[in-house]
Design a protein around this ligand. Structure first.
Ligand code: ATP
Ligand code: MG
Length: 449
């Protein structure tokens, strides 16, 4: 085993003038075991090694296993180029332009294989391209294992596990930081964030998810560099938003985002309301995230549509109220407010149609849920997004935006049998007699409650 490592590390030192020796943990000095690694990831590493290449498990896979957590996915680092990896696996394809990586597919599982990245000072041709502001536009310069470790974002994400000799390798002090529960950026924080501003969101996400603290130099420049996120493509930020809010620690993430002013580039219109001290917006978002974390904790599904509906509702509601006050009937006012808000948001984080459609429905149903007489309540139950809209109504009540009144009615209605439902609808119709809920002359009286 020692021989094997000597060979690897001496190969690295031959290639580099200032190679450092990694800290090496042997099998009995760490908690990672092959049994916890997916068969597909083990197969990929095995085949790469049989093909004469190096292959390690790296990133969140090693980090989470060291912490006794189940990894979300398994990433592999190798010295094989993407084309060489592609040639070894029929079930693979090269993706990405900014960072070329290979996806090897096993049924529904995808193993991500990444070629070691090198430093950019080498004669790289156009393999690495930076913008004037230091942002990395492309990074396909390949390097050694040690260089790869230093190109990664945080020390705890730069540990390598070899499934052949069961050792864990650390070039950057990640083992120490795991012990201290610290998120520490590798290298100079400002330039690493300038290279890729998304690393600021990742710092916050890992701190929240792992319940780690951000090391001082890692957190110091974030607040002032937060506006750099405005330069990131909206589609990439959409993906990041999902990771931020759908991994079970959304409330903690939100507190950190606000602390570092990172929420502003993601949801600027919502942030403007928060700046004005809009308390019910704050309460709604926080309660929405608490509910989301609970659902994830219970293994229940959550949809990005719901999270986005929550984040943008205060903005939509404000616009809706302005339009209604100017005389527009309520449903068209809500449509227009939703349209304005979603179009503006697309410049910051894109929202695919499959999510923006249900968002609009969830919002519109907030106007329809109060109207329950006749057959309406039964019809509403059949609506595709009734359940999400009902949850949204409960959330508005829970957060104090509206009184707790309609929610309990709808809860009882769903649980009731046919006879009781008829009675409940009649009672609503009776209570409403004298006031025509279908069409009012003065739409300005209608508020979404
Ligand atoms: P998780 O999958 O649990 O969200 P992860 O650490 O595995 O966490 P991935 O996005 O899967 O995160 O990335 C895998 C690894 O690639 C990271 O651990 C890190 O080493 C490296 N990495 C990812 N994104 C960046 C980035 N923007 N800059 C530098 N390194 C990165
Ligand atoms: Mg990962």
């Amino acid at each position: 085993m020692a021989n094997f490592w000597n060979k690897i590390t001496s190969a690295v030192s031959r290639k580099q003038s200032v190679a450092t020796q990694p800290r090496v943990l042997s099998r009995d000095e760490h908690s990672v075991s092959r049994k916890q690694i997916s068969d597909s990831a083990l197969k990929v590493m095995h085949r790469l090694r049989s093909g004469g290449f190096e292959a390690y498990l790296v990133g969140g896979g090693v980090r989470d296993l060291m912490l006794g957590k189940q990894p979300k996915d398994f990433d592999i680092g190798t010295n094989a180029t993407p084309e060489e990896v592609r040639n070894l696996f029929r079930n693979s394809r090269i993706i990405g332009r900014r960072f070329k990586i290979v996806h090897v597919r096993f049924g529904r599982e995808i193993i991500e294989v990444t070629t070691y990245r090198g430093s950019h000072d080498s004669t790289a041709g156009n393999a690495a391209v930076s913008a004037d502001n230091g942002m990395l536009l492309r990074d396909n310069v390949y390097g050694t294992l040690e260089e790869d470790a230093k190109r990664r974002d945080f020390t705890v994400n730069a540990l390598y596990y070899c499934s052949d000799n069961f050792t864990v390798l650390d070039y950057v002090g990640g083992l120490e930081d795991l012990k201290k529960r610290k998120i520490r950026i590798i290298g100079d924080a400002t330039s690493r964030y300038q290279e890729d501003p998304v690393r600021m969101l990742r710092a916050v996400r890992f701190a929240a998810k792992l319940d780690f603290t951000l090391e001082d130099k890692t957190s110091a420049p974030i607040r002032s560099l937060a506006p750099l996120l405005e330069q990131i493509p909206a589609a990439r930020l959409f993906d990041e938003v999902l990771k931020l809010f759908m991994e079970g620690q959304a409330l903690r993430v939100y507190a950190l985002l606000k602390h570092f002013d990172l929420f502003r580039p993601l949801f600027p219109a919502t942030q403007r309301l928060l700046d004005e001290g809009h308390e019910s917006a704050s309460a709604l978002i926080e309660q929405g995230l608490i509910n989301t974390d609970d659902r994830i904790g219970q293994g229940k599904p959550v949809t990005p549509a719901f999270i986005y509906a929550v984040m943008l509702w205060p903005v939509v509601k404000r616009e809706y109220e302005t339009l209604v006050a100017s005389g527009m009937p309520d449903i068209p006012a809500l449509h227009q407010a939703a349209q304005t808000c979603i179009s503006a948001q697309q410049h910051h984080t894109s929202i695919p149609k499959r999510f923006s459609m249900p968002m609009r429905d969830i919002w519109e149903l907030q106007l329809r849920l109060p109207r329950r007489s006749g057959k309406r309540a039964t019809e509403l139950l059949e609506h595709r997004y009734f359940r999400a809209a009902y949850d949204f109504l409960l959330l508005r009540e829970q957060s104090g935006e509206i009184p707790e009144d309609l929610g309990p009615w709808w809860t009882a209605f769903q649980e009731a049998n046919e006879d009781i439902r008829v009675g409940m609808q009649k009672k609503v119709a009776g209570d409403n007699s004298g006031k025509n809920t279908r069409r009012r002359r003065k739409p300005r009286n209608r508020k979404p409650s």
